[in-house]
Ligand binder design. Structure first.
Ligand SMILES: Cc1cc2nc3c(=O)[nH]c(=O)nc-3n(C[C@H](O)[C@H](O)[C@H](O)COP(=O)(O)OP(=O)(O)OC[C@H]3O[C@@H](n4cnc5c(N)ncnc54)[C@H](O)[C@@H]3O)c2cc1C
Length: 447
């Protein structure tokens, strides 16, 4: 008889992990603290509750979330299969009947002969084989217990700056320079960052638009967060302090000369490389809580970003996540303890689908660990492999959660200019890489 695996958290990641184990004949004890202990976002006692939107993103086979969902079906995902059963008409996106979806997941988990569902809060990190999947709203007591395991590598909120693709940056306008050059004078060395220069009129128009923009209201416990953000204030809050505040803050131009004019611009927006491949750039110091539609429009006022492709827009909310680049292996094992896995949003894989993906890999790998099989490390050209590679290899100092997106994939051997063709090539390569890997591993997905 196999050891019982403890899975903590009956959300998207936890139910997927529990199912994968149970279907492989492994007994599971799944802890879910609701309804006795609610979270600020969940409103039912169901497992796998979708806390906000009911969309799981694109179903197109050449879009990031389309590729990811197909890979998860190939790997035997219970959550994605169930989501498709309850799909609503939504064009080329997977919108889900949230009640029916969560009801089915709850019923099938509760009825599974290998799963014992235990409705109580876990307050310590359990001994023995464990998967921690308690999500962005992990309870306070468990958060403290995880912190004693991870030290400072645990965060309580996130203030995310937008991220754009390299291809969407107009490099005729944005220039590569670091602030100051090696001799300490105003930068002339080719640098790592891109800089988008603004003259005074452009800067003032940008600030005016920012001040007029609608903001996402923080509510309840999240309102508390506003206190903590002095060190990383949202740009709209900074702008409120005075017209020049941004030009002296994250948009300061000192140490930079625009090569096309030979002059220091009035203000700049710096773009910092965000992944090893150099396909993604974040807007330095540009954490913001402006509503998403207005946000994209305002950011496209920045010279050099007029055609920007956003893979993530700025936002703030409570978010408990660990520093995966420091703490986890790409198998989702905790580096310091082989039989402890983390899965879901707590690892920094952002979004419903990415969260379920973590449960899928952690469940399969825990089963493999218990039966002395080599653990799965998904190939990098696949979307799932690219996402796990990102969360375990990103720069640890300013690690932030990440959604599946095309920019995570390694570059193609030959650049393809046409976007549709480029995405089709990425998708074909991802499929081939995963299929080959699973064949080599002799992997059979379980329904
Ligand atoms: C407010 C908010 C809105 C979001 N909106 C979206 C969106 O629209 N689209 C999107 O793709 N993503 C969204 N996300 C991000 C993310 O996709 C979801 O949070 C997703 O549910 C994460 O899946 P998970 O399995 O990691 O965590 P969850 O689905 O939150 O599951 C974790 C479970 O663990 C339980 N739990 C916590 N602590 C304990 C404990 N100590 N003991 C026992 N059980 C515990 C919780 O009750 C919960 O059921 C949102 C996140 C937040 C916080």
């Amino acid at each position: 008889m196999s050891k019982t695996v403890t899975v903590v958290g009956g959300g998207l990641a936890g139910t997927e992990a529990a199912w994968q184990l149970a279907q492989r004949g492994i007994p599971v004890r799944l802890f879910e603290m609701r309804p006795a202990r609610p979270t600020p976002a969940h409103v039912t006692d169901r497992l796998a509750e979708l806390v906000c939107s009911n969309s799981m993103g694109s179903t197109l086979p050449d879009r990031a979330l389309g590729i990811l969902k197909n890979e998860m079906l190939t790997l035997g995902s219970f959550v994605i299969r169930t989501a498709f059963k309850h799909a609503l008409p939504a064009g080329q996106a997977l919108a889900v009947g949230r009640d029916e979806f969560a009801e089915e997941i709850t019923a099938r988990i509760s009825d599974h002969p290998n799963i014992e569902l235990d409705r109580q809060e876990v307050t310590v990190v359990p001994d023995g084989p464990t998967i921690l999947a308690t999500g962005p709203l992990t309870s306070d007591k468990l958060t403290h217990a995880v912190q004693s395991l991870t030290g400072r590598y645990l965060y309580f909120y996130d203030a995310m700056a937008p991220i754009v693709t390299y291809e969407g940056i107009d490099r005729k306008i944005a220039f590569r320079r670091n602030r100051w050059d090696k001799s300490g004078s105003e930068g002339t060395d080719e640098g790592d960052n891109f800089n988008c220069p603004l003259d005074q009129a452009q800067y003032e128009a940008f600030v005016d638009a920012l001040l007029a923009a609608p903001r996402i209201e923080l509510s309840g416990a999240d309102k508390e967060l506003e206190r903590y953000f002095e060190g990383c204030m949202p740009i709209e809050a900074l702008a409120q302090r005075g017209k020049d505040a941004l030009a002296f803050g994250p948009m300061r131009p000192v140490g930079l000369r625009d090569p096309s004019t030979g002059q220091r611009p009035h203000a700049v927006v710096q773009l910092r490389q965000d992944n090893v491949a150099g396909t993604l750039y974040n807007l330095v110091g540009f954490q913001t809580n402006v509503k998403w539609g207005a946000q994209a429009e305002i950011l496209r006022m920045i010279p050099g970003l007029q055609n920007a492709e956003f893979v993530r827009l700025g936002q703030m909310h409570r978010n408990t996540f660990i520093n995966s680049p420091t703490l986890l292996r790409p198998t989702l094992q905790f580096k310091q303890r082989d039989d402890l896995f983390f899965a879901g949003q707590i690892t920094g894989t952002e979004g419903y689908v990415g969260s379920a993906l973590g449960g899928l890999l952690a469940g399969i790998n825990m089963a493999r660990l218990l039966s002395d099989q080599p653990l799965m490390q998904l190939p990098r050209p696949s979307m799932s492999g690219a996402l796990f590679h990102y969360i375990t290899h990103a720069a640890a100092d300013d690690f932030q959660p990440m959604k599946a997106n095309m920019g995570l994939l390694p570059s193609l051997p030959q650049p393809v200019r046409n976007k549709r063709q480029r995405y089709a090539s990425y998708a074909a390569r991802a499929k081939q890489a995963l299929d080959t890997y699973l064949r080599q591993l002799n992997f059979t997905p379980l329904n």
